[in-house]
Design a protein around this ligand. Structure first.
Ligand SMILES: [Zn+2]
Length: 182
């Protein structure tokens, strides 16, 4: 180790620093992690809602009613059987779950979600006066639910934008997670 001899050497600890990820990437990765917890075999969605200071207010993923055994739910997405035998009769979307578990106001909040919200969630988010939606995928683009959601956001002056996470970001993060196991 170098021996510190005089005041000028105290500069040794002033090393360049940099965060590997932006806040947008950070919260989207959190939303992705939340989605990973979903039991839905077809569509896993995660949502993280944050305040102006980039503090997380709440999170959620698509799942069923709190306190019930989720393995008893019909998780299939075939719409030809009666609704009581479809997941659509039971599943609560990630945004609705995040809203119902929030401990504080969502007014002015930013919503990070892995899939563009449906019209039902758009109604809830707009009623809670969130400010911005940041989403990863818009795979249901131009379906009626999707168009209604966008209309609701426009009427409510809620902005929305897509975040593209580079595969490099995901790879660096994956390598970092693995490094913690050593
Ligand atoms: Zn929804």
């Amino acid at each position: 180790m170098t021996k510190i001899t005089d005041n000028s050497d105290w500069r040794i600890n002033y090393v360049p620093v940099d965060s590997k990820i932006t806040w947008d990437e950070y919260f989207m990765l959190q939303a992705m992690l939340a989605s990973y917890k979903s039991k839905d075999p077809n569509t896993k969605v995660g949502c993280v809602i944050v305040d102006d200071h980039n503090h997380q207010i709440t999170m959620g993923y698509n799942g069923t009613i709190a306190g019930i055994d989720e393995t008893l739910i019909p998780w299939g997405n075939n719409r030809e059987v009666p609704l009581e035998h479809q997941k659509y009769g039971y599943v609560i979307h990630s945004e609705a779950n995040a809203i119902s578990h929030a401990r504080g106001s969502l007014t002015g909040a930013k919503v990070y979600v892995t899939l563009f919200p449906c019209n039902e969630c758009a109604k809830l988010l707009a009623s809670h006066r969130v400010r911005e939606i940041i989403y990863l995928s818009d795979k249901y683009h131009d379906t009626p639910e999707n168009r209604i959601a966008k209309k609701i956001f426009q009427m409510s002056k809620i902005s929305y934008r897509q975040l593209s996470l580079s595969s490099n970001t995901v790879e660096y993060f994956s390598d970092y997670l693995k490094s913690l196991l050593k």
